[in-house]
Design a protein around this ligand. Structure first.
Ligand code: BTN
Length: 227
């Protein structure tokens, strides 16, 4: 893709600004005053960390799959660090969250917003402790890594479909085969994280042996912390 980068000192949220830019744009802000996380959470956005939104064409079939593409791209961009993906697309470093991804679909565009803790680890997500990369990667390096990752995986996704992305995602999957807790809009479910099915849903095997297929929620990889 022929990317065009737009860099700002301050924005409310790169995702909001990105909506006004064409497909192929990359909107970066040194800091955000109204950074958003998933589920209405605030994403604290101090100078030093990366706050970036990629403007992509929304896939016609299943836009949710792009969140796996984004997760896989973030994991690849963090090469050299031993990261895990937490369904659907949080990136964990030593069990702590180092990157959050917020996808928003606006008409035929998909805005893929990523916050990567390069220097600071603000406690933005009350569910997970935060980690940072200790300044080992610069903002520009990380943007370049992300660009290359999207250039690698987007055409593969378009050509081969979700199967290939799913397989790549599974290489980084955190908590597979382990007991996890899933926070659902209407309560919690406990069980063993069995798989991600071919639609991207999480398959949970509960203690009664029942298989639950979950399409939305937050998961905890360490059950003890959250019971
Ligand atoms: C989450 O884990 O809850 C998602 C966090 C997403 C944060 C990024 S920072 C760049 C973009 N702009 C925003 O307002 N949010 C996303």
């Amino acid at each position: 893709m022929l990317w065009k980068i737009f860099q700002f000192d301050e924005l409310e949220s790169t995702n909001d600004t990105a909506v006004t830019y064409p497909v192929g744009s990359i909107v970066v802000a040194a800091r955000q005053t109204k950074g958003r996380g998933r589920c209405g959470r605030v994403w604290q956005s101090p100078v030093g960390n990366l706050h970036v939104s990629f403007v992509l064409k929304a896939p016609r079939n299943n836009p949710f799959w792009l969140s796996f593409v984004a997760g896989v791209c973030a994991a690849r961009a963090l090469q050299g660090h031993s990261v895990r993906l937490k369904w659907p697309n949080d990136v964990l470093l030593n069990g702590k969250k180092v990157c959050g991804i917020l996808l928003e679909k606006v008409e035929d565009k998909m805005i893929v917003g990523m916050g990567i803790n390069l220097v600071h680890a603000p406690q933005t997500d009350s569910l997970y402790e935060a980690a940072h990369l200790g300044g080992s990667v610069s903002v520009d390096e990380m943007i370049n890594n992300l660009k290359s990752a999207f250039d690698h995986f987007l055409p593969l996704f378009e050509k081969e479909g979700f199967g290939l992305i799913r397989a790549e995602w599974m290489k980084y999957a955190g908590g597979l085969g382990e007991k996890i807790t899933v926070c659902l809009p209407n309560g919690k479910a406990h069980g063993v994280f069995e798989n991600i099915d071919d639609t991207g849903a999480l398959v949970l095997k509960t203690s009664s042996g029942e298989k639950m297929t979950i399409t939305a929620g937050d998961i905890f990889l360490n059950r003890k912390e959250n019971d």
